[in-house]
Design a protein around this ligand. Structure first.
Ligand code: HEC
Ligand SMILES: [Cu+2]
Length: 339
């Protein structure tokens, strides 16, 4: 094989792995979808080759037999043959193909549906709401609801039901390696069941164009061992709203938050704003701005100062009226918010 061809193949196949690839399934539903994809690729590849072969054959110059008396008109014979090709290749073959696809596709779709489990138990429920341009994630739980944003943690090795909706326009919830996708429609709750075989981090992305920052609407999804999941949830449910021993700088940053930010953002025990993401555990998140920035020291301050450049048009107003030091202090205090 020539070197360039190997290079092209490697480059093309590189798209098949990675955090957003349906060809690298990590759960039962996604595995069905991947199988269906390969079956369709191979099946339709063969159909394509046959059609091209027939098409080339149709161009082949043919000798026309002279019509001799008593024999049927060659025109009639050819017409009857042509009709057979149309009925066979145009109606029968697609009909069979569609039936075969349905035989595989319907069970695959069934797996994504939140049907009753054989044991009668109900899977854990996670509610996800799409906003322009961020994800709200809620864990309804008898012991008290936990809310977070742009970061979804789920137990691995067991089915989880997702109830999704949209707050403003239509978004779509898609975790390529686990299965999906499903529309998030305002005023309506759609349901999908996903399962991660093993712990890991999986990319998720809004899959329905929802405005200028649609591309910056990523969700960091993490599957953890079930016992860690319980601890993750409990830490957030029972989080102390605030450490009483705030130093002066953090205390004044908190006051600035109450004055400038609290109307839009919730911080458990401090504010109840609902227009922007819940910030109660912002210091423990993986990203900022729905995947726009990686979380690291100083990242929140950078987001506060530059978010309209990093994610132009996002629904948080610029805070140009606050001094850079104030934004830095706000960022430093927000980084301490972790369970
Ligand atoms: C008018 C409402 C509004 C106000 C006021 C507001 N924000 Fe926001 N904020 C938002 C919205 C909406 C987003 C989501 C932006 C996006 O990612 O598209 C956001 C995002 C954020 C994020 C990133 C959150 C995440 O999950 O990645 C931080 C941090 C933040 N805001 C902090 C602040 C601070 C600090 C203030 C006060 C100085 C403030 N916000 C004032 C609406 C607001
Ligand atoms: Cu979108």
């Amino acid at each position: 094989m020539p070197a360039w061809l190997i290079l092209v193949l490697i480059t093309a196949l590189a798209g098949c792995s990675g955090s957003h690839s349906i060809l690298d399934p990590a759960g039962p539903a996604a595995r069905d979808v991947a199988w269906l994809w390969w079956a369709m690729l191979i099946g339709f590849g063969l159909v394509f080759l046959v059609v091209v072969a027939l098409w080339l054959a149709a161009f082949r110059p043919r000798e026309r037999a002279e019509r001799s008396p008593g024999q049927p008109d060659t025109y009639d014979v050819e017409r009857r043959q042509g009709l057979r090709w149309i009925l066979g290749g145009g109606i029968l073959l697609p009909g069979i193909t569609i039936l075969v696809l349905l035989a595989f596709g319907v069970p695959a779709g069934q797996r994504l549906m939140p049907l009753p489990l054989p044991g009668g138990e109900t899977p854990r429920l996670i509610e996800v709401t799409g906003h322009q341009w961020w994800w709200e994630v809620r864990y309804p739980d008898g012991a008290g609801e936990v809310v977070t944003a742009n970061h979804l943690v789920m137990p691995a090795g067991e089915p989880v039901d997702f109830h999704v909706t949209g707050a403003d326009v239509i978004h779509a919830f898609w975790v390529p390696r686990l299965g999906g996708k499903i529309d998030m429609i305002p005023g309506r709750i759609n349901r999908i069941r996903l399962q991660a075989d093993r712990p890991g981090v999986f990319g998720a992305q809004c899959a329905e164009y929802c405005g200028v920052q649609h591309a910056h609407m990523q969700l960091h999804l993490e599957a953890v061992p079930p016992e860690d999941f319980g601890a993750w949830l409990a830490a957030r449910r029972d989080a102390e709203p605030e450490s009483p021993a705030l130093d002066d700088q953090h205390a004044s940053a908190r006051d600035s938050f109450t004055a400038n930010c609290a109307s839009c953002h919730r911080v458990a025990g401090l504010s109840e704003g609902e227009i922007g993401p819940d910030l109660s555990d912002i210091g423990a998140r993986a990203t900022l701005g729905a995947g726009t920035l990686a979380m690291e020291e100083g990242a929140i301050a950078r987001w506060l100062a530059e978010h309209q450049h990093l994610k132009p048009g996002n629904r948080m107003p610029a805070h140009d009226h606050l001094a850079l030091e104030d934004l830095e202090a706000l960022g430093a205090w927000l980084e301490t918010l972790r369970p």
